[in-house]
Design a protein around this ligand. Sequence first.
Ligand SMILES: C[S@@+](CC[C@H](N)C(=O)[O-])C[C@H]1O[C@@H](n2cnc3c(N)ncnc32)[C@H](O)[C@@H]1O
Length: 447
Amino acid sequence: MEVGHKYKVTIEDFDINGYGVCHIDNKVCFVIGALKDEVVVCEITNIHKSYAFANTVEIIEKSPYRVEPECKYYDKCGGCDMMHMSYEMECMVKERRLTQTFRHFKDVIYHPLIQAKNKKGYRNKVLMPFSKDLDDYVVYGFYEKKSHKIVPLNECIISDDTTNDILYFITRYLEIFHIKIYDEATHKGLFREVMIRHTALNEYMIVLVLTHDYDFSVLVKYLLEEFDCIKSIYININPERTNVILGNTYKLIYGSKTITEKILEMKFQVSPQSFLQVNHNQCEKLYMEALNLADLRNDMVAIDAYCGMGSITLNIARRVKKVYGIEVVESAIINAKENMKLNNITNAEFICGACEDVIQTLANKEKIDVIFFDPPRKGCEKSFLDTVIKMNIPRIVYVSCNVATCQRDCLYLEEHGYILEEATPVDMFSRTLHVEAVTLLVRKDAK
Ligand SMILES: C[S@@+](CC[C@H](N)C(=O)[O-])C[C@H]1O[C@@H](n2cnc3c(N)ncnc32)[C@H](O)[C@@H]1O
C-alpha cells in the first residue's frame, strides 16, 4: 500500500465518524465519503501501522443511504460532515459513536438518539469571517476543511434565512461603502467578522467584530429599516493578531443589551458572551431528558455545575427545594442572577468560580441529592470529580458535547463507586459529526 495509490473496494461497514470501512492488504482502511455496501475507487492519503485513510474518488455502486448533499458548498466547506448520507444513516452513525465510545461499560441502557425535526436552519448563533476574494469582492464564509482559507458562501443552510439575509445585506454595504476588510496576512484593515445570534422569540443580536472603533450608524439605520427583528447591535473590538475571534471590548451601538430566549418554562436574557445551546428545539429536549433522568423531587437539594447563565439551573429550581449553580465566567453569573429574578425564582443560588474550587465549599455545607455536570469539551477536572466522589452524591446527570471526555470521566466515576446506568444521545448539531449525550450515574451504595 502506498499513499496516492488507488484501489477498487467494497465498503464493509461504517465507523463512528461516518467513514466507510474496508480492508486493503490486511489493513483496515477508513474511506472518507464512502458508505456501507458501496463499491468505490479510493485513493490512499495516510498510512499507519495497522490502518490507513483514503478519499473516495469514484462511486461505482451506490448505497441506498446515499443522498445528494443539499448544500452546494458541502464538498469544500468544513462546517458539515454528514450531508452525503440520509438522516436515518446519520442517526445510526451518531448512536454508534456513543455506544462504541462507551463500550467498556457493562449493562448500560442506551436510549435511541433524540432526533431533530429541523435538520436545516437550526443554528441560533453564527460567526462568519469576512475576506476579499481574488477579484477583490467582499465575501464571507466558513473555513475550508482542515485549512484557514475561507469558502465564500451566499447562504449556509444550517443557519436560518434571516441570518443569511442579514449577512448578505452587510456584505453589500461593506462593498458599496468601501469598508476595509481585515487581512490576516498583513494584519491590516477594519472589518473582521460578524456574529449573529437569535432566539426562539425571533429577537436578533448582531455583533460587528472590528480591529478598532468605527462609526457604523449608517449601516445600523439601513439594517433596522430592512429587519425589524433586530433588537441589539454591538461593536466588538479585537485589535490582536490572533485566531481568537472576539476581543474583550463590547460597545452597544443600538437597542437593548440583551435579547430574550425562552427555554421550557423559563425566560433568559442573552448577552453577546452568554453560552447558549446552538439548537433551541433540541436544547429543550436535552434539558427534559436530563431533568427526567435526575428524577427530581421537591425535597431535594441539587447542584448544577458548569451552569452558564443558569438555563438548566432555573429549570431544576422549579422541581427541587434548593439548587446551586456554579460557573467560572463572571458575566454569565450576573446574567444567571438576573434570569433568576426575571422568572421569580427564589430557591437558586449562583456562585462564581471554578467548579473544582467552589465544590469544596459546598462539600461540608449540606447534603446534596443530585448533581448535574455540563462541562466544556475538555470535560471535568479530576479534582472536581474527587470531591463529588467524597461527597457521596447519590445521582449524577452528566450532559456532554464530547462523548470521549464524558467516557473518560464516567470511567473514573465507575472506578470510584458509581455505575453508569443510562445514556441518551441527542442530535444537537444535525449534519455535522458532533453528538451531544446525557448520562445517568448512580452511586452503588445508594441503590
Ligand atoms: C457547555 S457550557 C454549559 C452551560 C449551560 N449548562 C447551558 O446548557 O447553557 C459549559 C460552561 O462551563 C463553563 N466553565 C468552563 N470551565 C469551568 C470550570 N472549571 N468551572 C466552572 N465553569 C466552567 C463555561 O464558561 C460554560 O458556561
